[in-house]
Design a protein around this ligand. Structure first.
Ligand code: CU
Length: 466
């Protein structure tokens, strides 16, 4: 599925991470297991409702190299100021009101592309009305969320500085008939073409550290945003390895959103990708292609399309685009469906000695090529693993190796080895394909990177902690 050159590179990368970050990754895995315990159907974290009270103010975020970075963000109500701003989750048809006050050194505002917004109060500005920098005068933005999808909001004032400083966020509009408990109605756009099992946000952004240092010191006359030189790259306001922590971990009070992706083989993951900064970021999935199904909140379908069936993910819009890298454009949103089945690997990922294999019924009533119960790719059933596995004496073990190359299967390990992969899942890295962006202020690895864990279809939560 991927060029051998890249697979070799990724193998090296994994080895490097295992050697340099074994302890950190072990800690992370503990948190990841907590996230797994809520496995079932994961929803994007955020705030729901129709009325939001934003205060724009300053704070500090923590980066993966241990730095503290001064930033500007939004606090909703009495909650902490955060990067990115609160993910607003609203229902289609709702009238949404956002009241904004600025405690920043300058006036600020909100723009919400894709909707017809009415602004009242405050003072006139270039793009919309603004909240002056007095800390009390409010401007109120009102709009009807008249279509479902993935959207973004950000500062419409002095935005070369204010977006850089962190004034940006995500907006999700759930379709009218949305029902998280019903697999047919758990959709992004109201029909089966955008149905999903797991939902994740990937809001991509970057920061130029020098600008933040000068802003912290109040040296605004020395800031030249045309000399933009980012050194931090973020998913949901965190740099790797923090991207792999659960939402709302206590030690990142201003960065509540994680990006650790968890799924079972055969599931559909809705990827809501947003370009939050001023650079574009090529977001690259390992493990499989995804299908981009929507752009800027518009489903990629012809008006009469009922959905096109694909072997990998079921029904998707007819204008979907299959790829393994999505160039996430500044200000744009891209929705995709990712599924992983092991199709076409050419060997049986479950192995004959694994109980999964015994459970494979090899029934394919819907003729999609997969076992209806385990999602095993039937054409590869029983095919042997294509290489002779090295003996334990020849192998350096990583903390995530289960002792078996088969999904959901554990094997024998030397004493003290392994243990961070209790369900014997497969881990794939998702990251910026502009690989400079996988750093934290020049330190590799870090930045715009996270992982997806694919678990065997039969793995159910809650799982024991390792
Ligand atoms: Cu890669």
């Amino acid at each position: 599925m991927f060029p051998l050159r890249e697979r070799k590179y990724m193998n090296k990368l994994f080895q490097h991470i295992m050697r340099s970050l074994t302890l950190a990754v072990a800690l992370l895995w503990g948190a990841a297991s907590v996230a797994l315990a809520m496995h079932g159907n994961v929803e994007v974290a955020g705030v729901t409702g129709t009325d939001f009270q934003f205060t724009a103010r300053s704070g500090y975020i923590t980066t993966g190299d241990g730095n503290n970075v001064y930033f500007w963000g939004y606090a909703n109500g009495s909650s902490a100021v955060q990067y990115p701003g609160p993910t607003l989750i609203v229902s289609e048809g709702a009238t949404v009101t956002i009241r904004l006050v600025s405690q920043l050194p300058e006036a600020t505002s909100l723009v919400i592309p894709g909707f017809s917004v009415t602004a009242t109060g405050g003072q006139p500005g270039l793009l919309t009305r603004e909240a002056p920098a007095d800390g009390v005068t409010a401007v109120t933005y009102t709009f009807v969320a008249d279509r479902p999808g993935t959207f973004t909001y950000y500062s419409g004032t002095h935005s070369d500085l204010q977006v850089e400083m962190g004034l940006l966020g995500a907006l999700i509009v759930r379709p009218t008939n949305f029902n998280a408990m019903d697999p047919m109605l758990r959709t992004a756009y109201g029909d089966a073409r955008s149905a999903y099992d797991q939902e994740y946000l990937y809001l991509l952004s970057e920061m130029d550290l020098e600008t933040h240092i000068r802003a912290e010191k109040g040296l605004f006359s020395e800031i030249d945003t045309s000399r933009f030189w980012p050194v931090y790259w973020f998913i949901n306001g965190r740099t790797a390895p923090d991207t792999m922590l659960s939402d709302n971990v206590s030690w990142l009070p201003n960065q509540p959103y994680g990006a650790m992706t968890m799924m079972n083989a055969g599931e559909r993951v809705l990827m809501r990708m947003i370009g939050g900064g001023r650079d574009l970021h090529p977001f690259h999935t390992h493990g499989n292609n995804f299908d981009q199904i929507a752009r800027d909140g518009w489903l990629l379908a012809t008006p009469t399309d009922l959905g096109t069936r694909t072997a990998e993910v079921g029904v998707i819009p007819d204008k979907s685009i299959s790829d393994f890298t999505q160039t996430v454009v500044p200000g744009a949103t891209h929705d995709a469906i990712f599924a992983w089945t092991g199709r076409g690997l050419g060997w049986d990922i479950y192995d004959g000695s694994n109980p999964n294999h015994m459970m494979a019924t090899l029934v394919d009533a819907n003729l999609d090529g997969f076992d209806d119960n385990t999602y095993e790719y039937i054409a590869d059933h029983g095919k042997p693993f294509p290489v002779i596995l090295p003996g334990q004496q020849e192998v350096t073990f990583g903390a995530f190796y289960s002792g078996s190359p088969f999904l959901g299967a554990a094997g024998s390990l030397p004493p003290g080895e392994g243990g961070n992969n209790p369900n014997s899942g497969f881990a794939f890295m998702w990251h910026s394909h502009n690989e400079k962006e996988m750093t934290n202020n020049d330190i590799f690895p870090g930045g715009l990177m996270t992982m997806v864990i694919v678990e065997a279809p039969v793995v159910e939560a809650p799982m024991p902690m390792p």
